[in-house]
Design a protein around this ligand. Structure first.
Ligand code: SF4
Ligand code: SF4
Length: 180
């Protein structure tokens, strides 16, 4: 699916969404927002006057008193998102990108053709099997998603189904699995 498909799910099927962010002092907090509108690659939300999130946005984005009177709709113009479908087995995982400049930072194709994702430092994130793999299959027996492709060596983790549980890395006797 494309970004607009995930945004449609957020708008039409979920609507009230909990997002993780930081407060004015940089501490982690969660905020409930109501997603009202989306376009091709961004989303718009409102948060009510009186809520901490509203005050935080107004203080940071519209510091002048005059600029606050009419503006209560906020746009998330850039960012990355992760989608999980836990109702299927193996689970399905995907990434999507909001905005123009973020394109190319997530959801790219990896060297084995699988869709990959980026961690906080912009690197390809997740668990990966390296050339140290000897094909012993121990990791496959420990994988709850059965998402390790054994058709070539080194074996390949199918990133779109990986739960990031780390069992494979823990089980591998040759240290062939890396977390990036
Ligand atoms: S346990 Fe390690 S060496 Fe064995 S197949 Fe898995 S990654 Fe390769
Ligand atoms: S981290 Fe390893 S064991 Fe866990 S789901 Fe992913 S591939 Fe399977």
């Amino acid at each position: 699916m494309e970004t607009k498909d995930y945004l449609r799910i957020l708008r039409e099927e979920i609507h009230s969404t909990v997002i993780a962010t930081v407060d004015g002092e940089g501490h982690p907090v969660t905020r409930v927002i109501y997603i009202m509108l989306t376009d091709e690659n961004s989303l718009y939300f409102i948060t009510a006057k009186g809520k901490a999130f509203y005050a935080q946005h107004m203080a940071e984005i519209y510091p002048q008193e005059e600029s606050r009177t009419a503006l209560e709709v906020f746009q998330v113009a850039e960012g990355t998102g992760e989608f999980f479908d836990l109702s299927v087995k193996p689970i399905f995982r995907d990434t999507f990108v909001l905005g123009v400049s973020a394109k190319g930072e997530a959801g790219q194709m990896g060297q084995n053709g699988e869709k990959t994702q980026r961690n906080a430092s912009g690197q390809q994130g997740g668990y990966f099997i390296t050339d140290r793999c000897r094909g012993c299959r121990i990791c496959c027996s420990k994988c709850p998603q059965k998402c390790i492709d054994m058709s070539a060596k080194p074996f390949v983790i199918q990133q779109e189904h990986c739960l990031h549980c780390g069992n494979c890395m823990e089980a591998c006797p040759f240290g062939a699995v890396e977390r990036r």
